[in-house]
Design a protein around this ligand. Structure first.
Ligand SMILES: C[S@@+](CC[C@H](N)C(=O)[O-])C[C@H]1O[C@@H](n2cnc3c(N)ncnc32)[C@H](O)[C@@H]1O
Length: 295
């Protein structure tokens, strides 16, 4: 039996919830509403809303949370029950161990770490590499690349002003704004003609049919501009794959994220544009996740 929040005794330092009972309250309430991942969401919310990490949660679980934190938990619970995803409630998502603001942009997914690792591998032997990211969104890829390779310089583009602004916030938060230049551009339209060592993109790739049946938590909270890839989901690849040739040095690398069933079609676009060493990489779940090739 979960005691409702408004029935919990509250006086003096006793806010009515400690870290553990806050987590338990949220988990049971989410379960009762048949929300998936109730336990995970409850823990993420308690940690995010109170500002403690998992080790502190274990050590200080029976300490009472503050009155302010109690109110944040109450409001977050209502928002989650109304269908808002945890990362939108918190305002950030973690990507490759770093925190990214997600105002007005696609919330970066852990699947995208496959493209990040592929890009790091591609420039592993290139000193001071220059990289171009098309459609940077939160900047999760460009900023993480700049953090992981202190000698790299990046140009991060997007057609969305909200994305360029949020990517700027994230670049500053991680101390790499001097090496991550941002540019508003419709794919290659305003990209300067200079050779890059690598170009990468996680473009919109959801088919028109799948867009019509997206779960509400995606459709209502991630921008359509970041998702919709045209009738067959391949519109952006038809521009990016041939277009990147003009931006790459000889031997330069192009990598793109794909939908799980797009490996063959996107690899064929790489081959048709004359790339060599074309390779499809799976994600940890074994699903095709990226395609890459070299000039
Ligand atoms: C799937 S999101 C990827 C965001 C981020 N790179 C990530 O991996 O989380 C695709 C991004 O492409 C941008 N985009 C869509 N159409 C574009 C275009 N014509 N030119 C440049 N960027 C575009 C969207 O605004 C969005 O930020």
């Amino acid at each position: 039996m979960v005691v409702p929040l408004d029935k919990r005794p509250r006086s003096g330092p006793y806010s009515g919830l400690n870290y553990r009972s806050a987590r338990r309250y949220l988990a049971r309430t989410f379960e009762a509403s048949a929300l998936p991942f109730a336990e995970e969401d409850a823990l993420d919310l308690v940690l995010g809303l109170t500002g403690i990490d998992h080790a502190e949660y274990i050590a200080r679980g029976t300490e009472f949370i503050s009155e302010d934190a109690f109110e944040r938990v109450r409001q977050a619970c209502e928002r989650r029950l109304a269908g808002e995803p945890v990362d939108r409630i918190l305002g950030w998502r973690d990507f490759y161990g770093r925190r990214f603001a997600i105002d007005g942009v696609l919330s970066p997914r852990s699947d995208t770490e496959v493209l990040l690792l592929a890009a790091l591998e591609a420039v592993a032997d290139t000193p001071s590499p220059r990289l171009l990211e098309l459609g940077t969104g939160s900047g999760a890829l460009a900023v993480t690349l700049a953090c992981e390779r202190k000698d790299a310089r990046l140009l991060a583009t997007d057609i969305s002003d909200a994305a360029l602004s949020t990517a700027g916030v994230n670049a500053r938060a991680h101390g790499v704004e001097a090496r991550v230049e941002r540019l508003r551009s419709d794919w290659f339209a305003d990209v300067p003609a200079q050779p890059f060592d690598a170009v990468l993109s996680n473009p919109p790739y959801i088919t028109a049919a799948a867009m019509a049946s997206l779960p509400g938590e995606v459709a209502d909270h991630d921008p359509a501009l970041a998702l919709a890839g045209g009738t067959d989901g391949l519109d952006a690849y038809r521009i990016i794959i041939p277009g990147a040739r003009a931006c790459l040095r000889p031997g330069g690398w192009l990598g793109v994220e794909i939908g799980f069933d797009q490996g063959q079609s996107v690899a064929a676009l790489f081959q048709a544009s004359g790339y060599r060493d074309v390779r499809v990489r799976p994600d940890p779940a074994g699903l095709d996740r990226t395609v890459e090739g070299r000039l």
